[in-house]
Ligand binder design. Sequence first.
Ligand SMILES: Nc1ncnc2c1ncn2[C@@H]1O[C@H](COP(=O)(O)OP(=O)(O)O)[C@@H](O)[C@H]1O
Ligand SMILES: Nc1ccn([C@H]2C[C@H](O)[C@@H](COP(=O)(O)OP(=O)(O)O)O2)c(=O)n1
Length: 238
Amino acid sequence: MDGPSGSGKSSTARGVADRLGLRYLDTGAQFRAMTVWMLRHGVDVHDVEAVAAHAAEPRIVSGTDPLEPTITLDGEDVAEEIRSADTTAAVSPVATVPAVRARLLELQRATIAAALAEGGIVVEGRDIGSVVWPDAEVKLYLTADPGARAARRAAENGSTSVRSTEEDLLRRDAIDSGRTTAPLVVPDGATHLDTTPWTLEEVVDRVVAIVESTRGAGAGTAGARTAGADAGGHRASP
Ligand SMILES: Nc1ncnc2c1ncn2[C@@H]1O[C@H](COP(=O)(O)OP(=O)(O)O)[C@@H](O)[C@H]1O
Ligand SMILES: Nc1ccn([C@H]2C[C@H](O)[C@@H](COP(=O)(O)OP(=O)(O)O)O2)c(=O)n1
C-alpha cells in the first residue's frame, strides 16, 4: 500500500491486516527511526555523505501486530519520538539517501519474507509496490485531496492550522516524489483508491473486498500480473 502522507495508509493497512489476520509493517516508521538516530547523534540530515556513512549503525526493530505495532531504536521504544515535529521535518531528506534506503530495504524484505511464511502481511510506505515487493499479491495506491489529508493530519496532531499542515504535506510530497531513488509513484498493476469521500471503515471494506476477490481469482497468477514492475510505475501526482 503506497501513497502520500495523510491518504490513510497506516489506518487502512492496520484495519485490513486485523480483519484478514495478517501482519502489518509501517515502513515510514523505520525511516523516522533512522532520522531520530541521525538527529540524536548530531548528523546533519542534509549532508548526504554524512547520513550515508552512519546508515548501517542504527538497530531498528518493527513489531508487526496490527493492533499494537511497535518500533524500537537500539532497543529503546521510540514510538512517540518518531512522530515529533523535529523528526517529521527531517525525515524526507534522510529518506532520499540511497544508503538509507538500501539498509531499510533489506530489513523490510526480511520482515515480509518471514511474514509470508506465516500467512501474509500488509506493508505501507512510498515504494512498496514499485521497489520493495513488486510481486505483491495486491497493490494499492491511496490518495486523498490535499485539503482532506491536511485536515486529517491536523486533527490527529491537535493542530488548529490546517493550512500550515497542508503546506508541510505538499513540501514532503514534492521531496518524496522528486527524489531519484525509489520516488513515490503509482506502481505498475496498482489499484488507485481516492479516499477523500469515504470513511475509514468504507476504505477498509473496499480493500478487504479487493484482497478477497484477488484471492478468489486464483493464487499463483499474482507474480505474472506484476512481473517486470521492479523499477516500474509512473510518477504520482498525489
Ligand atoms: N478515509 C478516511 N476518512 C477520514 N479520516 C481518515 C481516513 N483514513 C484515515 N483517516 C485519518 O487520517 C489520519 C491520517 O491517516 P493515516 O492512516 O495516518 O495516513 P498515512 O499513513 O497515509 O499518512 C488519521 O488520523 C486517520 O485516522
Ligand atoms: N517506504 C517509504 C516510507 C516512507 N518514506 C518516507 C517519506 C515520508 O516523508 C517519511 C515518513 O513516512 P510516513 O509514512 O511516516 O509519513 P506520514 O505518516 O505520511 O507523515 O518517510 C519513504 O521514503 N519510503
